[in-house]
Design a protein around this ligand. Structure first.
Ligand code: MOS
Length: 703
């Protein structure tokens, strides 16, 4: 086993493959998800959604529905409890969709207009579907790809820098021997977690309890407390098992509706969403339109770099898919310009979806780099090597570590890149054209303050408590390994308890920051506990507990460019008779910090890469312009890559421990998808000689 900097002195568990600690419970069905748990007196809520894209709700005709079998109540704008969404949460201002039933305005199709609560889910659904809502309709606009005079440069979106600029772009473009000026589009895409959103709310002894499926129980608890003007200590949110999240599982309308109904009825109420409702209620990735201009010398050195990205948001809230962000990290140029603009439309507000901004941004940017390599007559990897920056291209800050070239080197070796004939459209096997492509990947490596508690139990075991979320990634197992090493005990002696807001503040599972942030807190608490135990003495029946809070330590980190990196490779075949693109193999090599559990890390990387394949070839939510509604809001019409679409995918990594992290972690949640679609699009170009700048690369676009 290799020892890397910044790691615990004694390493047993971290770095060795470990099956999920809850794996047996999951495959035997013992693991209960939010929709599975029984509660006495449980009532069931069903959301009714608007069917018009813009206007006012004139009337919710609830009387006939209230008389239907089993119906307990119908909540709507006329009778629902009041909420107060005038707050700034962990991730900024809340999406006003949480203010449902508070007013008569309809900003999109699929806005919650009523909640029908009944004794059974079937009764609630039947009544909700029978509910008549009258509207005063207004003209709407849901057409993102039309020209857009209303487009503006956003301000004040958390985590989004709208625009960066250095140097004289037009002058450098004019001085460039080679110029690429190309426009790219990506469609609206949806998270589609396997487990749809579900929440149960009840009042119990003066406390509000929510059993949920989310990415951060403390996050959801804090926002619920603010929304309902409750003492934060009186709200408890738990989320034991989560079947996928990808950015969609924060506070969404169903938890709010469940709390409203539980408050009105004084009994537990569960609201579960259908797959179709997810398409309206839980956020999505905005479509993007991007223009990239690159100017270079003949040897490939970049003089001019310009990435302009546009995304959509709703008319009630600003969310920016900041696709122009990654060029601020990847490539330098004498003149460098990036800008994210946004256009408000009569649609639901988009939200974070795996590798927000960077996933569509990398499709455009890494395609443009490939186009530039072609124009310069250079190998695409050599072009990237030529433009490897010394420090942050925009910030000027040093990189904490940057091993993107090591990824390309290792990837090229394993993929067999050296044998590649760069000429496009010349390899054919029967009716198939063959091609290979590559792309760079990067994603920010962040960390946020968290707290943890570690207890030495009298029986010689240890219990860790932290409000972490395991959204299916294996975080619970990773933290078990981290705790075991910090305690210098076998992982079998560590009991990991997560996803209960009563365990105290901790960052949500998002932005590839969860495991790193929680591992830091767990390590700190475990280290403190070992110091206490070293003093000797018996362990009392209640155990000995040490707590940590990483606020000061995280705050003391020096400012650096901190990122994970990677190199993606793909081989495709293109059927010249049907236009079908099939991916034969993919390889991703990542430099993404210390890998805690190779087994689940590999799954996460190839999951992201599979999603990149899906993005490249399949995924596309389509809105009917006339009604403003989706025409394919289900997994039959919205095609997510299935097993038959997914070829041999390999993911591996180079040694890249973060020098400033106690465990060496950087975070791996997002980076698997970054660049994957571009590698496939570049391979399609190599196969056919045709550049596809609009996703997905559907058969009708290929022919
Ligand atoms: Mo992620 S899109 O940060 O859940």
């Amino acid at each position: 086993m290799t020892t890397t900097t910044g790691t615990a002195a004694v390493t047993r568990a971290v770095g060795a493959a470990h099956t999920r600690v809850e794996g047996r419970d999951k495959v035997t069905g013992a693991a209960r998800y939010a929709g599975d748990l029984p509660f006495a007196e449980l009532a069931h809520g069903w959301l009714a959604l608007t069917t018009v894209a813009r206007g006012r709700v004139r009337a919710v005709e609830s009387a006939p529905v209230r008389a239907m079998p089993g119906v307990l109540t119908v909540l709507h704008q006329g009778n629902a409890p009041r909420v107060d969404a005038d707050y700034t949460g962990v991730l900024g201002r809340p999406d006003p969709i949480l203010e449902m039933f508070q007013h008569d305005r309809v900003p999109c199709v699929g806005w919650p207009v009523a909640l029908v609560v009944a004794e059974t889910p079937e009764q609630a659904r039947e009544a909700a579907e029978a509910l008549v809502v009258r509207y005063d309709e207004e003209p709407h606009d849901v057409d993102f790809f039309a020209g857009r005079p209303g487009t503006y440069t956003p301000e004040g979106s958390p985590g989004v820098q709208a625009e960066t600029e250095k140097g004289d772009l037009e002058a450098q473009l004019a001085a460039s021997a080679v110029v690429v000026d190309a426009s790219y589009t990506t469609p609206e895409e949806h998270h589609s977690p396997m487990e749809p959103h579900t929440a149960m709310a009840r009042w119990d002894g003066g406390r509000l309890e929510v059993v949920d499926s989310n990415q951060g129980s403390m996050w959801v608890a804090e926002e619920l407390a603010k929304l309902f003007s409750l003492d934060p200590a009186s709200v408890r949110v738990r989320s034991e098992h989560v079947g996928g999240a990808f950015g969609a599982k924060g506070l969404r309308p169903h938890q709010v509706a469940a709390v409203m109904a539980a408050t009105v009825l004084r009994r537990p109420v569960r609201v579960a969403l259908t797959r179709r409702q997810l398409f309206s209620l839980t956020g999505y990735r905005s479509p993007t339109a991007q223009r990239i201009r690159l100017g270079a010398d003949l040897d490939g050195r970049l003089r001019a770099f310009d990435h302009q990205a546009r995304s959509q948001t709703s008319t009630v809230h600003e969310f920016v898919e900041h696709s122009a962000a990654l060029g601020r990290v990847l490539y330098d140029a004498d003149a460098h310009h990036t800008v994210n603009r946004v256009v408000p439309l009569d649609v639901p507000t988009p939200t974070w979806m795996r590798a927000p901004g960077v996933a569509p941004g990398s499709f455009a940017l890494e395609s443009a780099l490939d186009e530039l390599a072609g124009k310069c007559g250079m190998d695409p990897i050599a072009l990237r090597t030529r433009n490897e920056p010394e420090s942050g291209p925009v910030s000027g800050l040093p990189f904490s570590s940057r091993n993107v070239l090591a990824c390309f080197e290792e990837g090229a070796r394993r993929f067999g890149w050296a044998e590649r004939d760069p000429r496009p459209g010349i390899r054919r096997q029967g009716r198939w054209l063959l091609g290979t492509g590559t792309a760079a990947a990067t994603y920010p490596s962040g960390v946020a303050p968290s707290t943890a508690a570690v207890t030495a139990e009298a029986d010689g075991t240890f219990t860790v408590r932290i409000t972490a979320a395991d959204v299916g990634t294996g975080a619970r197992t990773a933290l078990t390994l981290v705790a075991a090493d910090a305690l210098e005990v076998d992982p079998g002696r560590v009991r990991m308890r997560i996803a209960d807001s009563d365990f105290g503040p901790a960052v949500l599972a998002g932005g590839s920051m969860g495991t790193r942030s929680w591992a830091w807190a767990v390590t700190a608490a475990a280290t403190g506990l070992r110091e206490q135990l070293a003093l000797g003495g018996d362990i009392p029946p209640q155990g000995i507990t040490a707590r940590s809070d990483t606020t000061a330590a995280v705050g003391a980190l020096a400012k650096k460019e901190r990122h994970s990196f990677g190199a993606q490779f793909a081989e495709v075949t293109v059927d010249v008779t049907s236009g079908e693109v099939r991916v034969r193999r993919m390889l991703g090599i990542f430099a993404a910090g210390r890998i805690v559990n190779p087994l689940t890390a590999r799954s996460q990387f190839i999951g992201g890469m599979t999603w990149g394949l899906s993005m490249a070839l399949h995924e596309e939510a389509i809105r009917d312009q006339a009604s403003g509604a989706h025409v394919n809001a289900d997994l039959a019409g919205y095609h997510v890559a299935a097993h038959a679409d997914v070829p041999l995918i390999e993911a591996d990594w180079v040694d890249d421990p973060d020098p400033d992290d106690p465990v060496g972690i950087k975070g791996i949640g997002e980076i698997g998808i970054v660049g994957a679609a571009a590698a496939i699009a570049n391979a399609v170009w190599h196969a056919t000689g045709i550049r596809h700048r609009d996703l997905p690369i559907r058969p009708d676009r290929v022919l």
